[in-house]
Design a protein around this ligand. Structure first.
Ligand code: GUN
Length: 286
C-alpha cells in the first residue's frame, strides 16, 4: 500500500486565500493594511530566494512588503538600529530577520531586538517562553504549518506517539511544544540518540527536521504512521539541481500518509508567515 500524499501546496493556497480575504476586509472596514518587513543581511543564495518569494506572496495577499537588504559587512549595531526603526513604525506589523546571519553577528541579540508583538517568526525569547508555557504566543511558521497539516489529516492528535528528529530552535523544539499542547507523547531525537531507527519505529507521527537528504529510511517507519518531512535539501545530480527531503521517498511504501518534497511543508511556511503577520496586525489594532 502506498501512503496518502499530504498536499501542502493546496492547503497553503487555501490558507493564503483566507488571509487575503481577511486583509481585504481590514482595508475595507478599517483602512488598515498589514505590513511585513524582511531584513536580509548578506548574499546567501538560498536566503535570497526565500526573501524574494516572501515579498511576492506578501504583496499577492494584499499586504505591504518592506524589504531591507544589508551587505555582509554591516555591523550588528546597524541591524539593531534598523530593527528599532521598524519596531517604532506603525505601518510595520511583522518583522522577520532572515537566518542565517553572517558569522560575526550574535543571532540571539538580533532576534531579541525585535518587538515581541512584531516577531512573526516566533523566535524572540518572550515568544519562546509563552509557547513553552502554553500561553498565547507568536508561533514559528514551519512547526505551525506542520501542526495544521497534522490536524487536517488526523483531527485529534490526543495520545499519539510523536517522534521529532532534530532539536533546532526553529523547528524541533517549537514543534515539540505544539505537539505536547496537542496531547501527544513527544520524544525529540538528535545526532547523539541511541538506536534512532528503533525509536522512530514507535512513532505514530514522525517529524524529520535534520537537513540531511534521505536520512530517514523506509524500515524506520511504523506501518501506517504519518510522516512529516521538513527537509529542503538541494542536491546536484547529473549536473542538475533538485530538492529532496530528509526522508527516503521509498518510505511512502510503509507510511500511512507523508508530505512530499517539494510540495509538502515548504509552501506552508510562507502561508503561516502571512497568517502570523495578519495576527500581529489584528492584535495591535485590538
Ligand atoms: N531560515 C531558515 N528558516 C527560517 C525561518 O523560518 N525564519 C527565518 N527568519 N529564517 C530562516
Amino acid at each position: 500500500m502506498s501512503a496518502k500524499m499530504i498536499d501542502g501546496r493546496a492547503f497553503a493556497e487555501m490558507l493564503r486565500e483566507q488571509v487575503s480575504l481577511e486583509v481585504a476586509r481590514l482595508k475595507e472596514n478599517h483602512g488598515i493594511t498589514p505590513g511585513l518587513a524582511v531584513i536580509l543581511v548578506g548574499q546567501n543564495p538560498a536566503s535570497q530566494i526565500y526573501v524574494r518569494n516572501k515579498g511576492i506572496q506578501t504583496k499577492a495577499a494584499g499586504m505591504a512588503s518592506f524589504e531591507h537588504r544589508l551587505p555582509d559587512t554591516a555591523r550588528q549595531a546597524d541591524v539593531i538600529a534598523l530593527i528599532e526603526r521598524l519596531n517604532a513604525d506603525p505601518t510595520v506589523h511583522g518583522i522577520l530577520v532572515q537566518l542565517p546571519l553572517p558569522g560575526h553577528m550574535n543571532t540571539e541579540a538580533i532576534i531579541n531586538a525585535v518587538d515581541p508583538s512584531k516577531d512573526v517568526d516566533g523566535f524572540h525569547i518572550s515568544n519562546v517562553g509563552l509557547l513553552s508555557t502554553g500561553q498565547k504566543a507568536m508561533v514559528p511558521c514551519t512547526p505551525l504549518g506542520c501542526l495544521l497539516l497534522l490536524r487536517d489529516h488526523h483531527g485529534s492528535l490526543t495520545g499519539l506517539n510523536a517522534v521529532i528528529v532534530g532539536r533546532s530552535n526553529i523547528v524541533g523544539k517549537p514543534m515539540a511544544q505544539l505537539l505536547i499542547t496537542a496531547d501527544c507523547t513527544v520524544t525529540i531525537a538528535h545526532s547523539r540518540t541511541r538506536d534512532l531507527p528503533e525509536l522512530c519505529r514507535r512513532a505514530d507521527i514522525l517529524i524529520a527536521a535534520v537537513g540531511r537528504p534521505g536520512m530517514v529510511k523506509p524500515d524506520w517507519i511504523k506501518p501506517g504512521a504519518t510522516v512529516i518531512d521538513v527537509g529542503i535539501n538541494r542536491i546536484e545530480e547529473a549536473s542538475r539541481s533538485r530538492l529532496v527531503g530528509d526522508v527516503d521517498p521509498n518510505a511512502a511504501q510503509t507510511a500511512g500518509a507523508i508530505t512530499p518534497v517539494p510540495g509538502g511543508v515548504g509552501p506552508m511556511t510562507i502561508a503561516c508567515l502571512l497568517a502570523n503577520t495578519l495576527t500581529a496586525c489584528c492584535r495591535t489594532h485590538g
